[in-house]
Design a binder for this molecule. Sequence first.
Ligand code: AMP
Ligand code: MG
Length: 337
Amino acid sequence: MIYLGIESSCDETSVAVVSENKILANLVSSQDFHKDYGGVVPELSSRAHLEIISPLVKQAIKKASIDLNDIDVICATAGPGLIGALLVGLTFAKGLSLSLNKPFIPVNHIEGHIFSGFLMKQKPEFPMLCLVVSGGHTLLLNVKSESEIYKLGTTIDDAAGEAFDKVAKMLGLEYPGGPSIQKYAAKGDEDKIKFPISQLKNEFGFSFSGLKTAVLRYVQKEHLESKNIQKEDLQDITASFQKAVIEALKQKTDKALSIQDYNSLSLVGGVAANQKLRDAFQELSEKHNVKLIIPDLEFCGDNAAMIAHRGMQLHKSGKKFSLTHNAFASIPEGTFR
Ligand code: AMP
Ligand code: MG
């Protein structure tokens, strides 16, 4: 069976061709022009997806050395994400499904991330404790099976990736903020500034907006104007900020591992590209003696291989989907129990 995956939820257009146990192609086209605006401009994103989607599908098919008619199932991200952007990939997939007379599977983008560990050689095992850290979501999940996902906690304000992006913008660093902050932080003193780590009533809840404000207050108090802020200050601030975010993510994950046994621990989503966070999870897996699966960098950020893989799971489960299935901006109520 050959699965085509299409992803267009934000600023990456991606097309993948996946067979039962092999990724034949996973192409990602990133919309770098959003850098000029300091964040993603939804309308421009939709237009860029529209321009690239058809050539990218052709390219992926060529890369996979298959013919369009070899595709058995067509999977596309239905949400959550930017509606205009999602509609491009979703509508393209529906059109392809109609013309090829092959099943269409709408995929929840977050579920794509959750199961992205299965794209690795070493597979996760259930029950799996999964931390999803992306630009729009921070979720700690108890994944009991492919169809039973329980939410332990989420953020009450900013997502972890969003905090990286907002703090980077505040400091005058390039979008996306995560990679910029990681680069500066590498040369900084992470113990220089003690930024707060939120303590919420919900033992698995997250909050990053207080930390973001603390960085702003520090910059103001020290009279560090973002335009002429010294490199050494930038390095120390980004390192201390990064440490606080990672500490918060680590503390909650540690707690979850202490109160229940899991057969694997998985770290997924764009922020999972952060090396210090990857190291922290390595420590946690050793402490709790649990198998750790973190996808390769190619599968941390938005990619269609994870969409095709999740589509494959849903297709194999026998679930049927109609072409009337629409795009959605946020996670539908009741998706995670
Ligand atoms: P996603 O929404 O899954 O595409 O992830 C995008 C988010 O990941 C953005 O908020 C980025 O700033 C963040 N990100 C990417 N690379 C890194 C990194 N090395 N460290 C921290 N955050 C990162
Ligand atoms: Mg994502």
